[in-house]
Design a protein around this ligand. Sequence first.
Ligand code: HEM
Length: 336
Amino acid sequence: MAGNSWERVPIDAQSIEAPLSHAAIFLVLCVADGADALNKARSVLGGLDDLVKTVGFRDLSARLSCIAGIGSDLWDRLAPGARPHELKPFTPIAGNPHHAPATPGDLLFHIRAERPDICFEFERILLQSFGSSVTTADEVTGFRYFDARDLLGFVDGTANPDGKDIADSALVGEEDAPFAGGSYVVVQKYLHNLDGWGSVPTPEQEAIIGRTKIDNIELDDDDAPRKSHKSLATIVDTDGTERDILRDNMPFGRAGHGEYGTYFIGYSRRLWVIEKMLERMYVGDPVGSYDRLLDFSTPHTGTTFFAPSRRTLQALADGSPLAASSADGSGSTDND
Ligand code: HEM
């Protein structure tokens, strides 16, 4: 999908590089046991692209997009014997003192648009199509908050890859050719202790995050006594290459209920990169020097999915064999 055609036609389903949006819904579903529910899930997934068009065409400027991710157990039901190399359920992490739980989920729908009503309309019709074949495990409505800040007050998303780097970081390539163009997706729903965070002086908050608060300048913490979130989340491969992921975190909340959160969503070409980030955050580097962001942010969910390319999603929906793709290494051709 070429970027400038978004002005003319709805965005293809499974466009991981779709633009950041002002509104989003993160919907996690479990598919009921039995062949009927599975067949229904296949049929809804097969119609996803049309549904994006049906709703998205009503206001192209709202730039509706939707990415479906498939969990490990459902993948085995849909395509026994052919699975993305690294796909497995979320591995819980028992750090000290903070833990990352694993929670259920067969399907993730990451629905983005400039208008919350368009996201809602899409979700409504989607769930109507599934009927009783699914139950909702989690549903979060996110919003973009001022300068793309999280509710802790920091600009979130700056170090994301851009341009061609998006595919290099987020899309599987020739190393797993049948699944090229797809992406591993990890989600975690965090709730913040905003009162506690508010009592931390700003310079200390900045040391925890690794950027200044007002103007978002990256801080060099090489000589700091404790690594920041930014540094713990920086992964360098054995050959010295930095491995990025694509994040589209969104704030959410209900002030009247004292609920303030960040929905973390990370797309990666390699699942191990996100797992390594989480290990460094929860276990610490060195061990014990965990991410102090976690003293004020508690994960309530943790689920891993694989978002296949549009073509692979169609094959899963049709029940056809997952043939090797013609992806050229960037994975992008698989979405054509
Ligand atoms: C409460 C949840 C979280 C909040 C509020 C949060 C917030 C932030 C902020 C403010 C930054 C600095 C600006 C930026 O580059 O985006 C950042 C960077 C980053 N975060 Fe998080 N984050 C959260 C969870 C996570 C998790 C769970 C991961 C990975 C598993 C992660 C991975 C990253 C990465 C890779 C960077 C960029 C590091 C770099 O500078 O290269 N974050 N995050």
